[in-house]
Design a protein around this ligand. Structure first.
Ligand code: PFF
Length: 444
C-alpha cells in the first residue's frame, strides 16, 4: 500500500482511529491504573486532560498528516522543516517500543481466547484465576509464544493494507465490543456489594490526588488517545479532504473516554463484589472478567465472544502502531511493505520477548524498582508520548499555524472561537501542562 491510499469513508477513518485509541489501554490498563492511582483522583484529571489538550492534539496530528501526506517523518518535515522530521523519527521509535510490550499483553488476550475456545475460562474461584494468570505470565516460554502469536496476527493485518485490513475489522467488531461491555456491566452491577466499586471509581478523595496520580493521568490520556507517537499523523495522511478534522477528533475522544469508563464500570463493581483488591495490578481484568462470566447463563459462549472482541480491540491498536513503523520504512528507506513488516516482526519479537520474560525468569532485573516491561511503559507513556505531543503542539501552533488552520477549516469553515480555543490549547496549555506534569511527577 502506498501513501496514495485513502480511507473509504469518514466513518472508516473515525472507526479506525477510535480503534487505535480503544484497545488494551481502555480495557486492560484503565481499570487497574484507576485502581492503583486512587479512582476518581485519576479519572477526573484524565477527563480534564482529554478534553483540553488531548482533543487539540488529536486535531493537530491529523491536520499535520493530511497536510504533509506521508509517514510521520516526511509529514512533519514537510510541514515544519528538518528538525520536526527528527521529532517524527522519535515518534516512530516510540510506536515501535510501545508495540513491543503491547504485544505481550495482546498475547495474554490470545491465551484467554484459546482457553475460552476450550471452555476452560469461566472459573468462579478467585484463587484459581489468580494462580492461572500468575502461571501464564511467569512461565517464560508460554508468555513469549503468545506474544509471538499476537505479533504475527498484527503483521498479517498490516500487510493487507489500510482498507481491506484495518478498516474492515474495525467496522463490525468495535460496536459489538461496546454492546458486550454494556451487558457485562449490567450483570456486574447486580452482584451483591457491587456499588462499592462504583463509589470507589467516582468518589473524589483529596488525599489520593498526588503528583504521580496526575502525571499518570496525563500519560494515560496520551496512551489512550494514541497521541504523541505519530499514529494520527500517519492515519491523517490517508484522510480525504471531505472530512472535517475537528468533528472527527471529538468523536475519537468521546469514544475513547466512553470505552475506558465502561471498562472501569465493567471491572470495578465485580472487584468489590468478589472481595478482590482494586489495586491488584495488571491481572485485574483477566481475573475478574472470567468470574463475572461464571455467574451468567451461557457464560462460556459470552466469554468466547468477549475475548474475540477484546482481541480485535487490541489488534486495531497494535496495527496502528505497526502502521507508523511500516509507513516510515516504506517512505524513508524505500522498502516494500512486506519487507518493512518482516523486519519489524523479527525485531519486535526479540524486544517484546525481553518484556515477556521480565514477568518470570528475568524478573530479578529491575531499574528503579521497575521490571523491564514496567520501565518501557513508564518511559513511553509518561515521557516519550507527552514530548511527542509537545513537538506536534509547537509545530502546529507556533511554526505552521496558517497551514493547520486551513486544514481544520476544510471542508467546512469553523467558528473563530473554536479555532482560537484550539490554537490557545496548542500554543500554551499543552506545553504548560506537559512540562508541569512531567516536572511534578519527577521532582514533586
Ligand atoms: N491507544 C491504545 C490503547 O489504549 O490500547 C494503545 C496505543 C496505540 C498507544 C497507539 C499508543 C499509540 F500510539
Amino acid at each position: 500500500m502506498s501513501n496514495n491510499s485513502q480511507w473509504s469513508s469518514r466513518v472508516g477513518f473515525i472507526l479506525a482511529s477510535a480503534g487505535s485509541a480503544i484497545g488494551l489501554g481502555a480495557i486492560w490498563k484503565f481499570p487497574f491504573w484507576a485502581g492503583v492511582n486512587g479512582g476518581a483522583a485519576f479519572i477526573i484529571p484524565y477527563i480534564f486532560f482529554t478534553f483540553t489538550i488531548g482533543v487539540a492534539l488529536v486535531m493537530a496530528e491529523v491536520a499535520v498528516g493530511r497536510r504533509g501526506r506521508g509517514s510521520v517523518v516526511s509529514a512533519m518535515r514537510r510541514v515544519g522543516g528538518p528538525w520536526f522530521g527528527i521529532m517524527g523519527a522519535v515518534g516512530v521509535l516510540t510506536a515501535f517500543v510501545i508495540l513491543s510490550y503491547y504485544s505481550v499483553v495482546g498475547g495474554w488476550c490470545v491465551a484467554y481466547l484459546w482457553d475460552a475456545v476450550r471452555g476452560a475460562v469461566t472459573i468462579s474461584d478467585p484463587q484459581i484465576l489468580k494462580d492461572n494468570f500468575g502461571a501464564l505470565v511467569s512461565s517464560g516460554t508460554a508468555n513469549v509464544a503468545w506474544h509471538l502469536v499476537f505479533l504475527s496476527l498484527t503483521c498479517a493485518v498490516v500487510i493487507c493494507g489500510v482498507e481491506s485490513g484495518i478498516e474492515r475489522i474495525s467496522k463490525y467488531l468495535m460496536p459489538a465490543l461496546f454492546i458486550l461491555m454494556l451487558a457485562i456491566i449490567v450483570r456486574g452491577l447486580t452482584l451483591p456489594g457491587a456499588w462499592a466499586g462504583v463509589e470507589y471509581l467516582f468518589r473524589f478523595r483529596w488525599d489520593s490526588l498526588t503528583s504521580s496520580s496526575v502525571l499518570n493521568a496525563m500519560g494515560f490520556t496520551f496512551f489512550s488517545l494514541s497521541v504523541g507517537a505519530g499514529i494520527l499523523v500517519t492515519y491523517g495522511s490517508y484522510l480525504s479532504d471531505k472530512t472535517s478534522i475537528p468533528n472527527a477528533s471529538i468523536w475519537i475522544a468521546v469514544l475513547a473516554i466512553q470505552a475506558a469508563l465502561l471498562a472501569g464500570l465493567m471491572i470495578m463493581p465485580a472487584v468489590f463484589s468478589f472481595g478482590l483488591e482494586p489495586n491488584a495490578g495488571p491481572g485485574l481484568v483477566f481475573i475478574t472478567v472470567p468470574m463475572i462470566f461464571s455467574q451468567v447463563p451461557l457464560g462460556d459462549v459470552f466469554a468466547l465472544f468477549f475475548y474475540v472482541c477484546l482481541l480485535v480491540a487490541a489488534l486495531t491498536s497494535a496495527v496502528s502502531l505497526l502502521e507508523v513503523v511500516a509507513a516510515f520504512m516504506q517512505n524513508e528507506w524505500h522498502l516494500s511493505r512486506r519487507l518493512s513488516v518482516g523486519i519489524s516482526w523479527i525485531t519486535l519479537f526479540f524486544l517484546g520477548s525481553v518484556s515477556a520474560l521480565s514477568f518470570g525468569p528475568w524478573s530479578g532485573f529491575t531499574v528503579g524498582g521497575r521490571s523491564f516491561f514496567d520501565l518501557l511503559d513508564y518511559v513511553c507513556t509518561n515521557f516519550l508520548m507527552p514530548f511527542g505531543g509537545l513537538a506536534v503542539a509547537v509545530l502546529a501552533a507556533w511554526v505552521a499555524w496558517p497551514k493547520i488552520r486551513e486544514q481544520l477549516s476544510t471542508p467546512a469553515r469553523q467558528s473563530e472561537h473554536k479555532l482560537m480555543f484550539i490554537h490557545t490549547s496548542l500554543a500554551f496549555l499543552a506545553p504548560l501542562l506537559v512540562l508541569v506534569a512531567v516536572y511534578q511527577g519527577l521532582f514533586g
